[in-house]
Design a protein around this ligand. Structure first.
Ligand code: PMP
Length: 428
């Protein structure tokens, strides 16, 4: 038994499934998780001291690589002062200012502790502000595990083959209407049918949780127009794409402003943070300014705020996004060449430093087409990459992340490993 196998056996005795979040369990790739001891730059190290080149990045936050010295230093400084007070600290304002400065559609922002909390709170705010109850979400988009949003929710749910989740009351789920991604006609029909009942449409502007899927040309612009025409709020869930696709997120890249934005991952620099923000008149509905209640003992926690603020300052100073785009393009081209030369049924989907490999020759534009991927081939591919020391998200329906710490040599090595892995899975 390896150290990780032993650790997993122990964990399973005391933690459901041995993990604190299902996607970590490796069940979709017929394997067992590696227990991590440490991370540095682009690498993680398991408890046997094996080294892996990593494309998980803690599922998105680690855009600057693991254990960035400046972030570590700022955390150490804060630890000495205290880890939590439950009272205002100036670093909360600092992070809020950094976010508002970066994201044009946000005039005020409230910090929470996770992406789930951010989207749950954003929905409550949308419902409170509009006085309407129904929510439209798009099939395959994941917005955390809040009751209203755990319907046709991609990622872990899709991977595990569970449609929704038990424990979600029908009365709540039935207030969520699901439409396909990249399909404006379907939305139009829904808007016509439930015109005065819909509070908001929530979506991942670029999806990561059914694999990376790009919005069609004009899709986001038209969605903006249609929602505005119907007095429906538009919520961009940028928990994954915020500060990832550009400093101002997907909304800056595609030049479309939502009414409310949810954030997480990168804005916590690896500590647990989420946030929701938007137009002033909407955010003024949030307590104690307004009637929509939302609170948190550890919200705005100074350690998490420090890590987040330091991360954003580093991202703002450098040309990291141009460099990530270059790295992403290089890796994708290498993978595409491999796919072509080996004649494999696969495609690479990429926006900036987020990418997926789908094992299908159907063009992937939404949840249904993503589902044509061969997950057995993905599992074999994943395990072949792992054997070569490359650690990928253990699911076909997740985004891979490149960090600023990945070097050209490492990307080259990844392309070579990808070739060998694809060659092995070709026989399947
Ligand atoms: N929204 C999106 C787009 C996400 O990718 C995630 C997490 N992967 C969430 C919300 C939920 O965030 P958390 O896991 O921090 O609750």
């Amino acid at each position: 038994m390896s150290n990780s196998e032993e650790a997993f056996a122990e964990a399973k005795k005391v933690i459901p499934g041995g993990v604190n979040s299902p996607a970590r369990a490796f069940s979709a790739v017929d394997n067992e998780p590696i227990f991590i001891e440490a991370g540095k730059g682009s690498k993680v190290y398991d408890i046997e001291d094996n080294e892996y080149l990593d494309y998980v990045g803690s599922w998105g936050p680690m855009i600057l690589g693991y254990n960035h010295p400046q972030i570590v230093e700022s955390l150490q400084g804060q630890v000495k002062k205290g880890t939590s007070f439950g009272a205002p600290t100036q670093v909360e304002t600092e992070l809020a200012e950094l976010i508002i400065d970066a994201v044009d559609s946000i005039a005020k922002v409230r910090m929470v502790n996770s992406g789930t909390e951010a989207t749950m709170s954003a929905l409550r705010l949308a419902r409170g502000y509009t006085g309407r109850d129904k929510i439209v979400k798009l099939e395959g988009c994941y917005h955390g595990h809040g009751d209203s949003l755990l319907v046709e929710a991609g990622s872990g749910v899709t991977t595990l083959g569970i449609s929704g989740s038990s424990g979600v009351p029908n009365d709540i789920a039935s207030e969520t209407i699901v439409a396909p991604y990249n399909d404006l006609e379907a939305l139009e029909k829904i808007f016509n049918k439930y015109q005065d009942e819909i509070a908001a449409v929530i979506l991942e502007p670029v999806t990561g949780n059914m694999g990376v899927i790009e919005p069609h040309d004009e899709y986001l612009e038209n969605l903006r127009k249609m929602t505005a025409d119907n007095d429906i709020l538009l919520i961009f869930d940028e928990v994954m794409t915020g500060f990832r696709l550009s400093y101002g997120g997907a909304q800056e890249l595609y030049e479309v402003e939502p009414d409310i934005t949810t954030l997480g991952k990168i804005i916590g620099g690896g500590l647990p943070v989420g946030a929701y923000g938007g137009k002033k008149e909407i955010m003024e509905y949030v307590a104690p300014e307004g009637p929509v209640y939302q609170a948190g003992t550890l919200s705005g926690n100074p350690l998490a705020m420090k890590a987040g603020a330091e991360t954003l300052k580093l991202l703002k100073q450098s040309d990291v996004y141009a460099s990530l785009e270059e790295k992403g393009a290089y890796l994708a081209e290498g993978f595409r060449n491999n796919i072509e030369s080996l004649g494999i049924k696969a495609q690479i989907s990429r926006v900036g430093s987020m990418f997926s490999i789908f094992f299908t020759d159907t063009e992937v534009v939404d949840y249904q087409t993503a589902q044509t991927s061969n997950t057995d081939v993905f599992a074999a591919y994943f395990n072949q990459m792992l054997k070569q020391g490359i650690y990928l998200p253990p699911s076909q329906f997740e985004a891979n992340f490149i960090s600023n710490a990945h070097t050209e040599d490492e990307l080259k090595a990844t392309i070579e490993a990808n070739y060998l892995a694809l060659k092995k899975v070709k026989k399947l």
